[in-house]
Design a protein around this ligand. Structure first.
Ligand code: PMP
Length: 407
């Protein structure tokens, strides 16, 4: 039987804390999620019992650590429904995964006059690496704009796609507006022009179905820390047809096959892209986070979070002077807003005084803020342990701040 979602909160020790003498209401999950006890224990257990450097050792601990690390690769492959664990590369996070592809794919396949397409809804992590790669390779950087609802116009996308396009990089869910992009359709359209697609799944992999084969993504990137795993670990999934042709990103130990003064050959996948000692303990933590999520019925979890989002949006919409940004047909886990007459930063500080953690600012998405012509927003964002009470506290907190400021 699957685990009851309402029991999740008790698994996260940090959530029992008070902040500023009030119970913590944690609504900054798009920045990072909290960790369940099982993840904290898995890391501690690894360091207490198993720690050794992996792959190169033949003593017992090295073998056990290697098995544990490689076991998580299989777990991630299964979580993403990848056809092989060799397609799973461990990185530091989404940012490193995107940079890996931008450097390696760029070097191999992008030349002067080529084009790369991203969207205006991207996090800087899936925008700047492509912009800089275009500068290095002499390619043109193209951006699909979003409309008044915060959605991408697929006709604009079709028009940007040319025989010079080498890659499309798009997030599944915008971290700033919560827009769920029609990613399956975007992949279909790009593939009809023989263009590969990198999907930034940082805000999707923990909330929405995550089947890379069904999606047919060429690359899929995400961060562990936004899905209840530790910071410092992430994943790049790639199709073998691309990964095998791409040169290494970083070089050093592990990624080599033979090394001589005149010639270096490379290790097989995925090791070709994992130079140096990896973050073994946090990979183990990622495995524990996947086990944690897998206890739930994912469809139920998704329905629970969608219900929570609708509940929260309705509460916020009822507050006079509060403006919600974007009105996409499908939104996930993000509530972006401002209150008339109150700076987003001040609202964040005043909510914190009430124990409510939200994020304020640009959320690493200056292109979105520039398009909306605002300096920033307040962003509340959800995870599976949030409840209606958290959103009641947020709405109540905002109303009290409004009363205080407008007195
Ligand atoms: N893409 C999206 C959509 C994100 O939300 C984030 C994190 N806010 C990133 C990329 C970057 O992730 P990280 O900082 O973990 O590398």
């Amino acid at each position: 039987m699957s685990k009851d979602i309402l029991s999740a909160r008790a698994d996260f020790p940090i959530l029992t804390q008070t902040v500023n003498d009030l119970p913590l209401v944690y609504l900054d999950n798009a920045a990072t999620t909290q960790k369940p006890q099982s993840v904290i224990d898995a890391i501690s257990h690894y360091y207490s019992t198993t720690n050794a450097n992996i792959h190169r050792g033949n003593h017992t601990l090295a073998v056990q650590a290697t098995q544990a690390y490689e076991g998580v690769r299989k777990k991630v492959a299964s979580y993403l429904n990848a056809s092989s664990p060799d397609q799973i590369i461990f990185t530091r996070g989404t940012t490193e995964s995107v940079n890996l592809v931008a450097y390696s794919f760029g070097q191999a396949f992008v030349k002067e006059g080529d084009e790369i397409i991203v969207s205006q809804l991207e996090h800087h992590s899936n925008y700047v690496p492509w912009e800089l790669m275009c500068q290095r390779q002499g390619a043109t950087f193209r951006v699909i704009p979003f409309d008044e609802n915060g959605e991408l116009n697929l006709q604009d996308f079709r028009e940007l796609l040319t025989d010079k396009t080498r890659l499309v990089a798009i997030n599944h869910v915008s971290n700033s507006l919560g827009t769920v992009n029609p990613i399956e359709e975007i992949v279909r359209i790009a593939h009809s022009a023989n263009v590969p697609v990198l999907v930034d799944g940082a805000q999707a992999v923990q909330h929405l179905p995550h089947d890379v084969q069904a999606l047919d993504a060429d690359f899929y990137a995400f961060s562990g820390h936004k899905m209840y795993a530790p910071m410092g670990v992430g994943v790049l999934y790639g199709k073998k047809e691309w990964l095998e042709k791409m040169p290494p990103f970083q070089s050093g130990g592990e990624m080599i096959d033979e090394v001589t003064p005149t010639r270096v050959t490379f290790n097989v996948l995925p090791y070709k892209f994992e130079a140096g000692t990896p973050n073994v303990a946090d990979v183990i933590g990622l495995g524990a986070a996947i086990d944690y999520i897998n206890q739930f019925d994912f469809a139920q979890l998704q329905a629970y979070e969608e219900d929570l989002l609708t509940y929260g949006l309705d509460l916020l919409k009822a507050i006079p002077g509060l403006k919600i940004y974007g009105n996409p047909k499908h939104r996930s886990a993000i509530l972006p807003f401002n209150v008339e007459g109150i700076q987003h930063y001040d609202l964040g500080i005043l909510l914190d005084a009430k124990g409510i953690a939200v994020r304020t600012g640009q959320h690493c998405t200056q292109p979105i803020m520039d398009a909306l012509q605002i300096p920033g927003t307040v962003r509340a964002s959800l995870a599976l342990y949030n409840t209606r009470e958290d959103l009641d506290a947020l709405a109540h907190g905002i109303q009290r701040v409004i009363r205080l400021i407008k007195r």
